[in-house]
Design a protein around this ligand. Structure first.
Ligand code: BT5
Length: 324
């Protein structure tokens, strides 16, 4: 059972300046022991709370509390059913368990932090406090062979939501990475998607779409060369939007796109996807299970496959990743 709802008042009462246990107890109508116990629990969940002797508690890198608010305000699309956590090993695991148990489409799990976030092929996904980490259960009425391109549609939708809400231009890298341009030159990854599914040859049972977007979370040193967070960018809109705004905008646009996609597949999204592409018609290196391919990224086809020109020949690739 999630304790998130009970621990939130305490968490929201913390901030960058120290608050004493006594003040917290008074504010929240709790005993000092109860405050101490809850602080202990929050720390154990991985929240960055520091205890300063004689001064009280500080919450490092204070994000917005918009995600928790969504749960209660119902400010999101009616088809979407949020499950909010302060800390989870991985929202993907929670959503998959529920999908296996037969939960309907639209339920999603969002967590302030993940202690075991994963990317594709079991790669570690850094999921610190302050990012946007969620997993959405879908039950598309399409055969599994057609289901994979939903990741591309989701990436396209998220890149647009980022631009609309934060004013930060976002671009795509095949298949489903969202990038931002950084100075002096080049792109860094702000978001990634993990699409997992189960079904029979002609019927998809469930798809769990896992979304990881760096917002106010801190990235580990070793990722800073290739990854960035939206909160690091200064724009006219800085400080005027929350993670909740991003999530709500994404869900709204994604659901509309998802309905079209179920009827017609990726075809109708193909041009928009390519329009948003980070390096169209430029040389790239693609790593695949079978080795490296060097070529020019020409387009994506109607199924979402990447079309590469390798030594004047067009090649269609279905898996792999482009080296940044
Ligand atoms: C992805 O994998 O890009 C999919 C990420 C999906 C994460 C979401 S969060 C909610 C849900 N719960 C989960 O446990 N997962 C999903 P991939 O393309 O394999 O990229 C992984 C690689 O990106 C790593 O090997 C690192 O190099 C890099 N990386 C790790 N953490 C990152 C971060 N926070 N931002 C940018 N790059 C990161």
């Amino acid at each position: 059972v999630s304790r998130a709802a009970e621990l939130l008042p305490l968490l929201s009462a913390l901030g960058r300046t120290p608050v004493s246990g006594q003040t917290l107890a008074r504010k929240l109508h709790l005993s000092r022991t109860a405050v101490w116990k809850q602080i202990h629990e929050l720390k154990a969940a991985g929240l960055p709370i520091t205890t300063l002797s004689r001064r009280g508690y500080v919450l490092e890198g204070m994000p917005d509390f918009s995600l928790a608010a969504l749960r209660f305000a119902g400010a999101i699309e009616s088809w979407a059913r949020p499950h909010y956590e302060l800390s989870a090993v991985s929202t993907q695991v929670l959503a998959k368990q529920a999908a296996l148990g037969g939960i309907p489409e639209g339920h999603f799990w969002v967590s302030e932090l993940q202690t075991g976030g994963r990317g594709r092929l079991e790669r570690v996904w850094s999921s610190g406090f302050g990012g946007l980490w969620f997993s959405l259960v879908l039950r598309p009425q399409v055969p599994p062979a057609r289901a994979a391109s939903i990741g591309l549609v989701a990436a396209l939708t998220l890149s647009r939501a980022i631009e609309k809400v934060s004013g930060i231009p976002a671009r795509l890298k095949w298949p489903n990475d969202v990038l931002v341009a950084t100075r002096p030159k080049g792109f860094k990854k702000v978001a990634g998607f993990l699409t997992e599914m189960s079904g029979e040859v002609d019927k998809t049972d469930w798809v769990v779409l896992g979304v990881g977007l760096n917002v106010f979370n801190e990235l580990p040193e070793e990722l800073r060369g290739i990854a960035a967070a939206l909160g690091d960018f200064n724009t006219k809109k800085s400080g005027a939007w929350t993670r909740g705004d991003l999530l709500a905008e994404f869900l709204k646009e994604f659901y509309a796109a998802y309905r079209v996609w179920q009827r017609t597949g990726f075809l109708l999204f193909r041009d928009a996807y390519w329009h948003q592409y980070s390096k169209p018609n430029q040389p790239c290196v693609l790593k695949t299970a079978g080795g490296e391919l060097r070529g020019i990224a020409c387009s994506v086809d109607a199924s979402g496959a990447l079309v590469l020109e390798v030594r004047r020949q067009k090649k269609t690739v279905l898996e792999g990743e482009i080296v940044l």
